[in-house]
Design a binder for this molecule. Structure first.
Ligand code: C5J
Length: 227
């Protein structure tokens, strides 16, 4: 059985590679670009931009192999009917979801800042999940899509490691998916939170899942490219 070298131990690949999906969490302009929501909150967005070339290489390999690819976008309806006060009222009113910023209304579906960055823009046939929560399973059709396609293994990338990536990994683990975090394809505005997330996911024998590098994923998938 093929494996990916990982922590806390090797991650077993299914015999049918079509059961694996690459998941790109929230690689949106608002989190990654200057003038977006993340920047306006005082975060250093260059930390998040740094993973883009590495993630693009992994995405390209999945595209070459025609393996399932899932993009998520954190967003809300323009009338905010899907944004509860427990999410909307954060930040003490300084800059809230739905407010106008340099890239349109913050985290509102269809606004310029809500687009996935151009380098990683979804291609036709790739799955795009619009999610109102931090986790990609909450109030979305993700479970049904994975079941219909027979996907059992999820490779996680994207931003931010400790918020939407970790939440989705925990949701996925509870639903029976084999979860692997690709460490150099995920990032946080807070390096210590990224590191803590990596350690807590793989603690206790991989209580939520495994972590690895993109090089290890590419090495494991390379034989699949040769006839
Ligand atoms: C946040 C996310 N951090 N994609 N969203 O609000 O992690």
């Amino acid at each position: 059985m093929a494996t990916i070298s990982a922590q806390p131990y090797d991650y077993k690949l299914p015999a049918n590679l079509n059961q694996i999906a690459l998941v790109l969490i929230d690689m949106q302009r608002d989190f990654l670009e200057s003038g977006g929501f993340g920047d306006a909150l005082g975060n250093d967005v260059s930390r998040l931009q740094a993973i883009v070339p590495t993630l693009k290489t992994l995405l390209d390999r999945f595209r070459e192999l025609q393996l399932p690819i899932i993009h998520t976008i954190e967003c809300h309806q323009p009338d905010l009917s899907d944004c509860p006060p427990s999410k909307l009222d954060r930040g003490n009113g300084s800059l809230r979801i739905g407010d106008r910023s340099a890239m349109g209304r913050i985290l509102i579906k269809g606004e310029p800042g809500n687009d996935i960055i151009s380098e990683l823009a979804p291609l036709s046939g790739e799955i795009v999940i619009h999610k109102p929560g931090k986790g990609a399973f909450y109030a979305t059709p993700l479970s049904e899509i994975l079941r219909e396609r027979g996907i059992t293994h999820l490779l996680f990338t994207g931003v931010t490691t400790e918020v939407c990536v970790q939440t989705t990994m925990r949701e996925a683990n509870d639903r029976g998916y084999e979860c692997l975090l690709v460490e150099d394809c995920t990032e946080s505005y807070f390096p210590e939170f990224k590191q803590a997330t990596i350690e807590m996911l793989r603690a206790q024998g991989g209580i939520i899942g495994w972590t690895t590098s993109s090089a290890a994923v590419l090495a494991a998938l390379t034989p699949a490219l040769t006839p």
